[in-house]
Design a binder for this molecule. Structure first.
Ligand code: AMP
Length: 419
Protein backbone atom coordinates (compact mmCIF):
# COMPACT_ATOMS: atom_id res chain seq x y z
CA UNK A 1 0.00 0.00 0.00
CA UNK A 2 1.24 3.50 -0.80
CA UNK A 3 1.66 5.57 2.31
CA UNK A 4 2.75 9.13 2.91
CA UNK A 5 5.82 10.18 4.84
CA UNK A 6 3.89 12.11 7.46
CA UNK A 7 3.12 10.17 10.64
CA UNK A 8 -0.35 9.52 12.07
CA UNK A 9 0.66 11.74 14.98
CA UNK A 10 0.81 14.76 12.69
CA UNK A 11 -2.88 14.35 11.84
CA UNK A 12 -4.08 15.36 15.27
CA UNK A 13 -5.56 12.02 16.31
CA UNK A 14 -6.27 11.28 19.94
CA UNK A 15 -3.76 9.04 21.76
CA UNK A 16 -6.32 6.18 21.91
CA UNK A 17 -6.80 6.20 18.14
CA UNK A 18 -3.14 6.74 17.35
CA UNK A 19 -2.40 3.73 19.55
CA UNK A 20 -4.96 1.61 17.69
CA UNK A 21 -3.35 2.46 14.34
CA UNK A 22 -0.02 1.32 15.76
CA UNK A 23 -1.62 -1.90 17.06
CA UNK A 24 -2.89 -2.54 13.55
CA UNK A 25 0.59 -2.03 12.16
CA UNK A 26 -0.21 1.13 10.21
CA UNK A 27 3.04 3.05 10.01
CA UNK A 28 1.93 6.10 8.08
CA UNK A 29 -1.34 7.37 6.63
CA UNK A 30 -2.20 6.48 3.05
CA UNK A 31 -2.71 9.46 0.70
CA UNK A 32 -6.51 9.37 1.09
CA UNK A 33 -6.14 9.30 4.88
CA UNK A 34 -3.66 12.20 4.88
CA UNK A 35 -6.02 14.21 2.68
CA UNK A 36 -9.35 13.44 4.40
CA UNK A 37 -8.59 13.12 8.09
CA UNK A 38 -7.57 16.74 8.89
CA UNK A 39 -10.62 18.42 7.25
CA UNK A 40 -12.98 15.73 8.58
CA UNK A 41 -11.58 16.30 12.09
CA UNK A 42 -12.44 19.97 11.69
CA UNK A 43 -16.02 18.91 11.05
CA UNK A 44 -15.96 19.62 7.30
CA UNK A 45 -17.92 17.55 4.82
CA UNK A 46 -15.75 15.44 2.54
CA UNK A 47 -16.28 14.18 -1.00
CA UNK A 48 -13.68 11.48 -1.57
CA UNK A 49 -12.78 9.63 -4.73
CA UNK A 50 -11.19 6.48 -3.44
CA UNK A 51 -11.19 2.86 -4.48
CA UNK A 52 -11.10 -0.17 -2.21
CA UNK A 53 -7.55 -0.79 -1.10
CA UNK A 54 -6.74 2.90 -0.72
CA UNK A 55 -7.29 2.89 3.04
CA UNK A 56 -10.56 4.80 2.69
CA UNK A 57 -12.29 2.94 5.53
CA UNK A 58 -9.88 4.25 8.15
CA UNK A 59 -9.96 7.62 6.37
CA UNK A 60 -13.58 8.08 7.41
CA UNK A 61 -13.59 5.98 10.59
CA UNK A 62 -10.75 7.74 12.39
CA UNK A 63 -12.25 11.25 12.32
CA UNK A 64 -15.70 9.88 13.23
CA UNK A 65 -14.35 7.95 16.18
CA UNK A 66 -12.38 10.94 17.35
CA UNK A 67 -15.49 13.09 17.26
CA UNK A 68 -17.53 10.48 19.14
CA UNK A 69 -14.76 10.00 21.70
CA UNK A 70 -15.86 13.16 23.35
CA UNK A 71 -19.47 13.90 24.10
CA UNK A 72 -22.35 11.79 25.21
CA UNK A 73 -22.56 8.00 24.96
CA UNK A 74 -25.63 5.88 24.70
CA UNK A 75 -27.07 7.37 21.51
CA UNK A 76 -26.32 6.49 17.93
CA UNK A 77 -24.32 9.42 16.64
CA UNK A 78 -22.73 8.02 13.47
CA UNK A 79 -24.24 6.04 10.60
CA UNK A 80 -22.27 4.46 7.78
CA UNK A 81 -24.19 3.25 4.73
CA UNK A 82 -22.60 0.59 2.54
CA UNK A 83 -23.92 -1.29 -0.50
CA UNK A 84 -23.36 -4.91 0.55
CA UNK A 85 -23.38 -7.06 3.63
CA UNK A 86 -19.75 -7.97 3.09
CA UNK A 87 -18.65 -4.38 2.95
CA UNK A 88 -20.74 -3.49 6.01
CA UNK A 89 -19.26 -6.42 7.94
CA UNK A 90 -15.81 -5.39 6.87
CA UNK A 91 -16.29 -1.77 7.92
CA UNK A 92 -17.53 -2.99 11.28
CA UNK A 93 -14.45 -5.17 11.64
CA UNK A 94 -12.17 -2.23 10.80
CA UNK A 95 -14.03 -0.07 13.32
CA UNK A 96 -13.73 -2.76 16.02
CA UNK A 97 -9.97 -2.65 15.47
CA UNK A 98 -9.83 1.12 15.79
CA UNK A 99 -12.15 1.60 18.79
CA UNK A 100 -10.43 -0.82 21.11
CA UNK A 101 -8.98 1.87 23.39
CA UNK A 102 -11.93 4.23 23.22
CA UNK A 103 -14.84 2.47 24.93
CA UNK A 104 -17.04 3.25 21.91
CA UNK A 105 -19.28 0.61 20.39
CA UNK A 106 -20.11 -0.30 16.83
CA UNK A 107 -22.68 -2.66 15.31
CA UNK A 108 -23.69 -3.63 11.81
CA UNK A 109 -27.18 -3.92 10.41
CA UNK A 110 -27.77 -5.88 7.22
CA UNK A 111 -30.15 -8.41 5.72
CA UNK A 112 -29.82 -12.18 5.74
CA UNK A 113 -29.40 -12.39 9.53
CA UNK A 114 -31.83 -11.95 12.43
CA UNK A 115 -33.34 -8.54 13.22
CA UNK A 116 -33.27 -8.99 17.01
CA UNK A 117 -29.58 -8.35 17.81
CA UNK A 118 -29.77 -5.37 15.45
CA UNK A 119 -32.86 -4.08 17.24
CA UNK A 120 -30.90 -4.36 20.49
CA UNK A 121 -28.06 -2.34 18.97
CA UNK A 122 -30.52 0.47 18.26
CA UNK A 123 -32.16 0.24 21.67
CA UNK A 124 -28.80 0.40 23.39
CA UNK A 125 -27.86 3.48 21.39
CA UNK A 126 -24.76 1.90 19.85
CA UNK A 127 -22.41 4.76 18.98
CA UNK A 128 -21.71 3.76 15.39
CA UNK A 129 -24.05 1.78 13.14
CA UNK A 130 -22.88 0.39 9.83
CA UNK A 131 -25.84 -0.54 7.64
CA UNK A 132 -27.04 -1.56 4.22
CA UNK A 133 -29.94 0.68 3.12
CA UNK A 134 -32.69 -1.97 2.77
CA UNK A 135 -32.35 -3.50 6.22
CA UNK A 136 -31.91 -0.09 7.80
CA UNK A 137 -35.24 1.01 6.32
CA UNK A 138 -36.90 -2.08 7.81
CA UNK A 139 -35.70 -1.00 11.26
CA UNK A 140 -36.56 2.64 10.71
CA UNK A 141 -40.25 1.72 10.59
CA UNK A 142 -40.05 1.04 14.32
CA UNK A 143 -39.81 3.67 17.04
CA UNK A 144 -36.78 1.99 18.64
CA UNK A 145 -34.65 2.92 15.63
CA UNK A 146 -33.97 6.50 16.56
CA UNK A 147 -31.44 8.40 14.52
CA UNK A 148 -32.56 11.84 15.59
CA UNK A 149 -29.29 12.49 17.44
CA UNK A 150 -27.14 11.55 14.49
CA UNK A 151 -24.07 13.76 14.03
CA UNK A 152 -22.18 12.07 11.19
CA UNK A 153 -23.32 10.23 8.08
CA UNK A 154 -20.98 8.34 5.74
CA UNK A 155 -21.93 6.98 2.34
CA UNK A 156 -19.34 4.43 1.31
CA UNK A 157 -18.98 3.13 -2.26
CA UNK A 158 -21.73 5.48 -3.35
CA UNK A 159 -21.31 4.56 -7.01
CA UNK A 160 -21.97 0.94 -6.21
CA UNK A 161 -25.07 1.88 -4.26
CA UNK A 162 -26.21 3.72 -7.36
CA UNK A 163 -25.50 0.67 -9.57
CA UNK A 164 -27.48 -1.52 -7.21
CA UNK A 165 -30.49 0.79 -7.36
CA UNK A 166 -30.21 2.00 -3.75
CA UNK A 167 -30.51 5.74 -4.42
CA UNK A 168 -34.27 5.89 -3.65
CA UNK A 169 -33.67 3.93 -0.41
CA UNK A 170 -30.87 6.29 0.52
CA UNK A 171 -33.09 9.30 -0.02
CA UNK A 172 -35.73 7.63 2.17
CA UNK A 173 -33.17 7.11 4.94
CA UNK A 174 -32.01 10.72 4.62
CA UNK A 175 -35.50 12.00 5.39
CA UNK A 176 -35.18 10.48 8.84
CA UNK A 177 -31.83 12.04 9.69
CA UNK A 178 -31.15 15.43 11.22
CA UNK A 179 -30.21 18.05 8.62
CA UNK A 180 -27.54 19.48 10.82
CA UNK A 181 -24.79 16.92 10.58
CA UNK A 182 -21.42 16.16 9.04
CA UNK A 183 -21.51 14.07 5.87
CA UNK A 184 -18.69 12.16 4.21
CA UNK A 185 -19.22 10.58 0.80
CA UNK A 186 -16.75 8.14 -0.75
CA UNK A 187 -16.98 6.66 -4.21
CA UNK A 188 -14.56 4.90 -6.54
CA UNK A 189 -15.96 6.81 -9.50
CA UNK A 190 -18.03 9.98 -9.69
CA UNK A 191 -20.85 9.43 -12.20
CA UNK A 192 -23.33 12.30 -12.64
CA UNK A 193 -26.06 10.98 -10.26
CA UNK A 194 -23.50 10.69 -7.45
CA UNK A 195 -22.25 14.22 -8.04
CA UNK A 196 -25.86 15.36 -7.95
CA UNK A 197 -26.46 13.49 -4.70
CA UNK A 198 -23.30 15.00 -3.25
CA UNK A 199 -24.52 18.48 -4.16
CA UNK A 200 -27.75 17.81 -2.24
CA UNK A 201 -26.04 16.25 0.75
CA UNK A 202 -22.73 17.95 1.31
CA UNK A 203 -22.10 21.47 2.45
CA UNK A 204 -19.03 23.07 0.92
CA UNK A 205 -17.23 19.75 0.89
CA UNK A 206 -13.50 19.35 0.74
CA UNK A 207 -12.79 17.26 -2.33
CA UNK A 208 -10.18 14.62 -1.91
CA UNK A 209 -9.30 12.20 -4.63
CA UNK A 210 -5.99 10.66 -4.66
CA UNK A 211 -6.22 7.71 -6.97
CA UNK A 212 -7.21 8.02 -10.56
CA UNK A 213 -10.41 5.99 -10.47
CA UNK A 214 -10.11 4.42 -13.87
CA UNK A 215 -6.71 2.83 -13.50
CA UNK A 216 -5.87 -0.19 -11.39
CA UNK A 217 -3.09 0.36 -8.86
CA UNK A 218 0.44 0.01 -10.14
CA UNK A 219 2.10 -3.22 -9.10
CA UNK A 220 -0.60 -5.25 -10.85
CA UNK A 221 0.38 -7.21 -13.91
CA UNK A 222 -2.58 -7.47 -16.26
CA UNK A 223 -2.86 -10.07 -18.99
CA UNK A 224 -5.68 -11.37 -21.17
CA UNK A 225 -6.16 -14.95 -22.42
CA UNK A 226 -8.10 -15.50 -25.64
CA UNK A 227 -9.98 -18.80 -25.30
CA UNK A 228 -13.15 -20.46 -26.61
CA UNK A 229 -16.05 -20.09 -24.21
CA UNK A 230 -16.30 -23.83 -23.49
CA UNK A 231 -12.56 -24.16 -22.83
CA UNK A 232 -12.45 -21.57 -20.07
CA UNK A 233 -12.77 -24.17 -17.29
CA UNK A 234 -10.09 -26.52 -18.66
CA UNK A 235 -7.80 -23.49 -19.11
CA UNK A 236 -8.38 -22.40 -15.52
CA UNK A 237 -7.75 -25.91 -14.20
CA UNK A 238 -4.62 -26.08 -16.34
CA UNK A 239 -3.31 -22.79 -14.90
CA UNK A 240 -4.17 -23.84 -11.35
CA UNK A 241 -1.90 -26.87 -11.76
CA UNK A 242 1.03 -24.50 -11.95
CA UNK A 243 2.69 -23.84 -8.62
CA UNK A 244 3.11 -20.15 -9.36
CA UNK A 245 -0.59 -19.60 -8.64
CA UNK A 246 -1.72 -19.84 -5.01
CA UNK A 247 -5.09 -18.65 -3.72
CA UNK A 248 -7.21 -16.98 -6.31
CA UNK A 249 -10.53 -15.17 -6.60
CA UNK A 250 -12.30 -16.01 -9.84
CA UNK A 251 -15.04 -13.68 -11.05
CA UNK A 252 -17.96 -14.83 -13.17
CA UNK A 253 -20.66 -12.83 -14.88
CA UNK A 254 -23.66 -14.53 -13.28
CA UNK A 255 -24.61 -16.53 -10.21
CA UNK A 256 -25.40 -19.56 -12.37
CA UNK A 257 -21.94 -19.42 -13.88
CA UNK A 258 -20.41 -19.08 -10.41
CA UNK A 259 -22.26 -22.22 -9.27
CA UNK A 260 -21.31 -24.18 -12.37
CA UNK A 261 -17.67 -23.19 -12.15
CA UNK A 262 -17.39 -24.08 -8.46
CA UNK A 263 -18.96 -27.48 -9.28
CA UNK A 264 -16.58 -28.11 -12.15
CA UNK A 265 -13.53 -27.08 -10.16
CA UNK A 266 -14.53 -29.43 -7.36
CA UNK A 267 -14.89 -32.24 -9.93
CA UNK A 268 -11.39 -31.46 -11.17
CA UNK A 269 -10.07 -31.78 -7.61
CA UNK A 270 -9.64 -28.05 -6.88
CA UNK A 271 -11.02 -26.92 -3.51
CA UNK A 272 -13.40 -24.10 -4.34
CA UNK A 273 -16.29 -22.20 -2.78
CA UNK A 274 -18.61 -19.56 -4.13
CA UNK A 275 -20.01 -16.28 -2.94
CA UNK A 276 -22.96 -14.57 -4.58
CA UNK A 277 -26.20 -12.81 -3.80
CA UNK A 278 -28.41 -15.92 -3.79
CA UNK A 279 -26.48 -17.56 -1.01
CA UNK A 280 -27.43 -17.13 2.63
CA UNK A 281 -25.35 -14.85 4.78
CA UNK A 282 -23.97 -17.79 6.77
CA UNK A 283 -22.93 -19.60 3.56
CA UNK A 284 -21.19 -16.45 2.31
CA UNK A 285 -19.43 -15.89 5.60
CA UNK A 286 -18.30 -19.52 5.73
CA UNK A 287 -17.03 -19.36 2.14
CA UNK A 288 -15.06 -16.20 2.79
CA UNK A 289 -13.62 -17.46 6.10
CA UNK A 290 -12.69 -20.78 4.47
CA UNK A 291 -10.97 -18.94 1.66
CA UNK A 292 -9.07 -16.66 4.02
CA UNK A 293 -7.94 -19.59 6.16
CA UNK A 294 -6.72 -21.54 3.12
CA UNK A 295 -9.38 -24.28 3.30
CA UNK A 296 -10.47 -23.31 -0.20
CA UNK A 297 -7.92 -22.38 -2.78
CA UNK A 298 -10.41 -20.76 -5.10
CA UNK A 299 -13.22 -18.37 -4.29
CA UNK A 300 -15.67 -17.96 -7.16
CA UNK A 301 -17.55 -14.68 -6.91
CA UNK A 302 -19.92 -12.40 -8.74
CA UNK A 303 -19.15 -8.68 -8.72
CA UNK A 304 -21.77 -7.55 -6.31
CA UNK A 305 -20.97 -10.10 -3.66
CA UNK A 306 -17.28 -9.40 -4.07
CA UNK A 307 -17.53 -5.77 -3.09
CA UNK A 308 -15.88 -5.37 0.22
CA UNK A 309 -14.00 -8.62 0.23
CA UNK A 310 -10.72 -7.79 1.84
CA UNK A 311 -8.20 -10.53 1.50
CA UNK A 312 -4.68 -9.55 2.29
CA UNK A 313 -1.86 -10.56 0.01
CA UNK A 314 -3.95 -12.09 -2.72
CA UNK A 315 -1.58 -12.85 -5.54
CA UNK A 316 -4.03 -13.57 -8.34
CA UNK A 317 -7.41 -12.53 -9.61
CA UNK A 318 -8.97 -14.29 -12.59
CA UNK A 319 -11.75 -12.77 -14.63
CA UNK A 320 -13.42 -15.91 -15.93
CA UNK A 321 -15.69 -13.58 -17.88
CA UNK A 322 -14.93 -10.09 -19.13
CA UNK A 323 -16.82 -7.57 -16.99
CA UNK A 324 -19.45 -5.63 -18.99
CA UNK A 325 -18.56 -2.41 -17.24
CA UNK A 326 -14.94 -1.18 -17.29
CA UNK A 327 -15.22 0.13 -13.69
CA UNK A 328 -15.98 -3.42 -12.53
CA UNK A 329 -12.76 -4.52 -14.15
CA UNK A 330 -10.78 -1.87 -12.29
CA UNK A 331 -12.54 -2.85 -9.10
CA UNK A 332 -12.01 -6.58 -9.48
CA UNK A 333 -8.39 -6.15 -10.39
CA UNK A 334 -8.00 -3.96 -7.31
CA UNK A 335 -8.56 -7.09 -5.23
CA UNK A 336 -4.99 -8.04 -5.83
CA UNK A 337 -1.80 -6.12 -5.13
CA UNK A 338 -3.14 -4.53 -1.99
CA UNK A 339 -0.93 -3.27 0.78
CA UNK A 340 1.89 -2.52 -1.64
CA UNK A 341 2.29 -6.07 -2.85
CA UNK A 342 2.42 -7.11 -6.45
CA UNK A 343 -0.34 -9.12 -8.03
CA UNK A 344 -1.53 -10.56 -11.29
CA UNK A 345 -4.89 -10.11 -12.94
CA UNK A 346 -5.73 -12.64 -15.65
CA UNK A 347 -8.76 -12.12 -17.87
CA UNK A 348 -10.20 -14.87 -20.06
CA UNK A 349 -12.03 -13.67 -23.12
CA UNK A 350 -14.00 -15.54 -25.73
CA UNK A 351 -14.57 -14.12 -29.22
CA UNK A 352 -17.99 -12.82 -28.10
CA UNK A 353 -16.37 -10.72 -25.39
CA UNK A 354 -13.94 -8.77 -27.55
CA UNK A 355 -16.09 -5.63 -27.54
CA UNK A 356 -16.20 -5.48 -23.73
CA UNK A 357 -12.47 -6.07 -23.58
CA UNK A 358 -11.83 -3.15 -25.94
CA UNK A 359 -13.95 -0.87 -23.75
CA UNK A 360 -11.78 -1.86 -20.79
CA UNK A 361 -8.61 -1.19 -22.73
CA UNK A 362 -9.90 2.25 -23.61
CA UNK A 363 -10.61 2.92 -19.94
CA UNK A 364 -7.22 1.76 -18.66
CA UNK A 365 -5.61 3.59 -21.55
CA UNK A 366 -3.62 0.79 -23.12
CA UNK A 367 -3.75 -2.55 -24.86
CA UNK A 368 -3.40 -5.40 -22.36
CA UNK A 369 -0.90 -8.15 -23.21
CA UNK A 370 -2.39 -11.28 -24.85
CA UNK A 371 -1.13 -14.60 -23.54
CA UNK A 372 -1.34 -18.00 -25.18
CA UNK A 373 -0.51 -20.88 -22.84
CA UNK A 374 2.04 -23.03 -24.72
CA UNK A 375 1.13 -26.47 -23.33
CA UNK A 376 -2.65 -26.05 -23.31
CA UNK A 377 -4.72 -27.84 -25.94
CA UNK A 378 -6.81 -25.07 -27.50
CA UNK A 379 -8.42 -27.55 -29.90
CA UNK A 380 -9.70 -29.93 -27.21
CA UNK A 381 -13.40 -30.78 -27.18
CA UNK A 382 -14.94 -29.92 -23.81
CA UNK A 383 -16.71 -32.81 -22.06
CA UNK A 384 -19.95 -30.86 -21.64
CA UNK A 385 -21.43 -27.43 -22.13
CA UNK A 386 -20.48 -24.96 -19.42
CA UNK A 387 -23.90 -23.45 -18.80
CA UNK A 388 -27.07 -25.46 -18.46
CA UNK A 389 -29.30 -23.83 -21.12
CA UNK A 390 -31.97 -21.58 -19.62
CA UNK A 391 -34.85 -23.62 -21.03
CA UNK A 392 -33.46 -26.76 -19.35
CA UNK A 393 -33.09 -24.91 -16.07
CA UNK A 394 -36.69 -23.68 -16.30
CA UNK A 395 -37.88 -27.19 -17.20
CA UNK A 396 -36.03 -28.55 -14.18
CA UNK A 397 -37.62 -25.99 -11.84
CA UNK A 398 -41.07 -26.75 -13.32
CA UNK A 399 -40.54 -30.49 -12.88
CA UNK A 400 -39.45 -29.96 -9.28
CA UNK A 401 -42.48 -27.80 -8.56
CA UNK A 402 -44.84 -30.33 -10.22
CA UNK A 403 -43.29 -33.06 -8.07
CA UNK A 404 -43.79 -30.94 -4.93
CA UNK A 405 -47.41 -30.31 -5.90
CA UNK A 406 -48.04 -34.03 -6.55
CA UNK A 407 -46.49 -34.89 -3.21
CA UNK A 408 -48.64 -32.31 -1.41
CA UNK A 409 -51.79 -33.59 -3.18
CA UNK A 410 -51.02 -37.20 -2.24
CA UNK A 411 -50.46 -36.15 1.36
CA UNK A 412 -53.77 -34.27 1.45
CA UNK A 413 -55.54 -37.28 -0.01
CA UNK A 414 -54.01 -39.61 2.59
CA UNK A 415 -55.07 -37.21 5.31
CA UNK A 416 -58.62 -37.09 3.92
CA UNK A 417 -58.79 -40.91 3.80
CA UNK A 418 -57.57 -41.21 7.38
CA UNK A 419 -60.01 -38.61 8.63
P1 AMP B 1 -9.60 -0.08 2.51
O1 AMP B 1 -9.24 0.68 1.29
O2 AMP B 1 -10.18 0.81 3.55
O3 AMP B 1 -10.48 -1.25 2.20
O4 AMP B 1 -8.26 -0.65 3.19
C1 AMP B 1 -7.50 -1.65 2.60
C2 AMP B 1 -6.56 -2.34 3.60
O5 AMP B 1 -5.49 -1.45 3.98
C3 AMP B 1 -7.20 -2.77 4.90
O6 AMP B 1 -6.81 -4.12 5.14
C4 AMP B 1 -6.63 -1.86 5.95
O7 AMP B 1 -6.49 -2.53 7.20
C5 AMP B 1 -5.28 -1.48 5.39
N1 AMP B 1 -4.84 -0.12 5.77
C6 AMP B 1 -5.60 0.97 5.95
N2 AMP B 1 -4.85 2.04 6.28
C7 AMP B 1 -3.57 1.62 6.31
C8 AMP B 1 -2.31 2.28 6.60
N3 AMP B 1 -2.25 3.56 6.89
N4 AMP B 1 -1.19 1.52 6.53
C9 AMP B 1 -1.27 0.21 6.23
N5 AMP B 1 -2.40 -0.47 5.95
C10 AMP B 1 -3.55 0.22 5.99
Amino acid sequence: MTTTDIGFDALGLSPALARATRDLGYKAPTPIQAASIPPALEGRDVLGTAATGSGKTAAFLLPILQRLGSGRRGTTRALILAPTRELAAQIEEAAQGLIRHTGLRVASVFGGVGMRPQERAFREGTDVIVATPGRLLDHLQHPYADLSKLEVLVLDEADRMLDMGFLPDIRRVLRQLPQDRQTLLFSATMPAPILELSRDLLRQPVRVGVERPSTPASGITQTVYPVAEDLKTPLLVHLLKQDSIGSVIVFTRTKHRANRLAEKLAKAGVSAERIHGNRSQSARTEALAGFKSGKYRVLVATDIAARGIDVEALGHVVNFDVPNVPEDYVHRVGRTARAGLTGEALTFFSPAEEGDLRAIERTVGRKIDRVTVPDFDYRAKPAEQFEVPLKDRIAEIRARKAEDRARAAAKAERRAQNA
